[in-house]
Design a protein around this ligand. Structure first.
Ligand code: NAD
Ligand code: MG
Length: 406
């Protein structure tokens, strides 16, 4: 049965891979959800089309010129949607009193302020933007606690872990009887490649993920295994465990999305076809289950499930992230920023695939490490690492990347 009042939903990053999947699930349940606001960086045509279908109260474009163009296009199409611009517009639609749930699906550090604004406003926060926790985990989790926000992980592994954890007195996931978390990784497109072949990999090869269709940045992170390093940090903040309580397991079929091992020897897993609409529907509907349009898992077709240990020799980003988590302070924020610069450089053809870990590691050796006591401190660490990583890329004799260094 549908609830009496519909949930008003803001989708931050609605034109991206997670955003589009979120709107697909929402459209299956018009009796439950109303789209309150949609946001994008600069894809005017995509956001216009979404506005014409979902008729949100607000649309936000972070780039001013794009916002003006969207305003003109929506006005001429007779749309009643109000267009806002810039990061202030993102914060506004994330924290608006009329909003019940916020899907945080902006990619990268750019998503942190609005995601934090949603947490501070006590919203149901559907967290796809893992970078918010990676950069500012302590600040973000205390905002969630202080404001009474409901944090539901959308990253498929963390959503699986959430589903497999025991429930505590407050009907929230706890750790009673838990021995360890088993965080699965597909291994990415280069899992079986030798080091020389990996070093010569092109952006299109890195983005051709064997099981998941995702945005280009996270696809490269999956190929380097930095995504698993970011997810290790994400798991520690979300579930209140140390990195030593998490084992990373490469599972090439991406059918098991992660597992929880208990003290009595039981291991609980969540399985399903690799389709982000499953965790998205779980977040939108929790504690109820909603139809998501996902093809049911056919175990006879799957036939086998394989597991192996990650190879940190061929994929040094996982080791770098693990060391950055152990270093604490702002080191993971710097690691995330250097990774964003290096990945943008790789996607632009400015550096090779194996220069991604090199740029990150050299950046981390140069930046300062401080306690992340405020958003301003985290943002300063992020900027410093972007600047250092940009300088290191230029020192390698490559073209500067003004756009992605900002
Ligand atoms: P994407 O690149 O497909 O989409 C990103 C969205 O963010 C777009 O709507 C874009 O307009 C917006 N955006 C980009 N830069 C922005 C900026 N500077 N300011 C404001 N908006 C900006 O990304 P995605 O693959 O959908 O990933 C979104 C987030 O979800 C990432 O944090 C990623 O790690 C996480 N995630 C994605 C998947 C997946 O399957 N795609 C799975 C797990 C987690
Ligand atoms: Mg994931």
């Amino acid at each position: 049965m549908a609830p009496a009042t519909k949930q008003q939903v803001t989708v931050l990053g609605s034109t991206g891979s997670i955003g589009v999947n979120t709107l697909d699930v929402i459209a299956r349940h018009p009796d439950r959800f109303t789209v309150y606001a949609l946001t994008a960086q600069r894809s005017v045509a995509a956001l216009r089309d979404q506005c014409l279908v979902h008729a949100p109260r607000y649309a936000v474009m972070t780039e001013e010129a794009a916002a003006e163009e969207l305003q003109r296009e929506l006005a001429s199409a007779g749309s009643a949607t109000t267009v806002l611009a810039g990061s202030a517009g993102l914060d506004q639609v994330a924290a608006d009193p009329a909003v019940d749930a916020v899907m945080a699906a902006i990619v990268g550090a750019a998503g942190l302020p609005a995601t934090l604004a949603a947490a501070n406003a006590g919203k149901r926060v559907l967290l796809a933007n893992k970078e918010a926790l990676v950069m500012a985990g302590a600040l973000f989790m205390s905002a969630v606690r202080d404001a009474g926000a409901l944090l539901l992980p959308i990253d498929s592994e963390h959503n699986a872990i959430f589903q497999c954890l025991p429930v505590d007195d407050g009907a929230r996931p706890g750790l009673a009887g838990v021995d360890r978390i088993l965080l699965t990784a597909s291994g990415g497109p280069f899992r079986t490649w030798d080091a020389a072949r990996i070093a010569a990999a092109t952006p299109d090869q890195a983005c051709a993920h064997p099981n998941w269709s995702m945005g280009r940045k996270i696809s490269v992170d999956s190929a380097t295994l930095m995504n698993k390093g970011l997810e290790l940090a994400e798991a520690c903040w979300l579930f209140g465990v140390g990195p030593g309580q998490v084992t990373i397991v490469v599972h090439p079929q991406s059918v098991i999305h992660s597992l929880v091992q208990y003290l009595d020897g039981s291991v609980l897993a969540q399985l399903g076809n690799p389709d982000m609409r499953t965790p998205i529907a779980y977040g939108l509907g929790w504690p109820e289950r909603l139809a998501a349009g996902v093809t049911p898992l056919d175990l006879f077709e799957t036939a086998r499930l394989d597991f192996e240990a990650p190879d940190e020799g061929r994929f040094p980003c996982l080791r770098i992230a693990r060391e950055a988590i152990a270093a604490g302070g702002t080191t993971m924020a710097a690691c995330n920023a250097a990774n964003e610069i290096a990945v943008a450089g790789f996607l632009d053809g400015a550096i090779g695939f194996m220069e991604i870990p090199a740029v990150i590691e050299e950046t981390l050796a140069r930046v300062s490490r401080v306690e992340p006591e405020s958003l301003a401190v985290v943002e300063a660490a992020d900027s410093e690492a972007r600047q250092v990583a940009g300088e290191l890329m230029r020192a390698r004799g490559r073209a500067p990347l003004a756009q992605s260094e900002r």
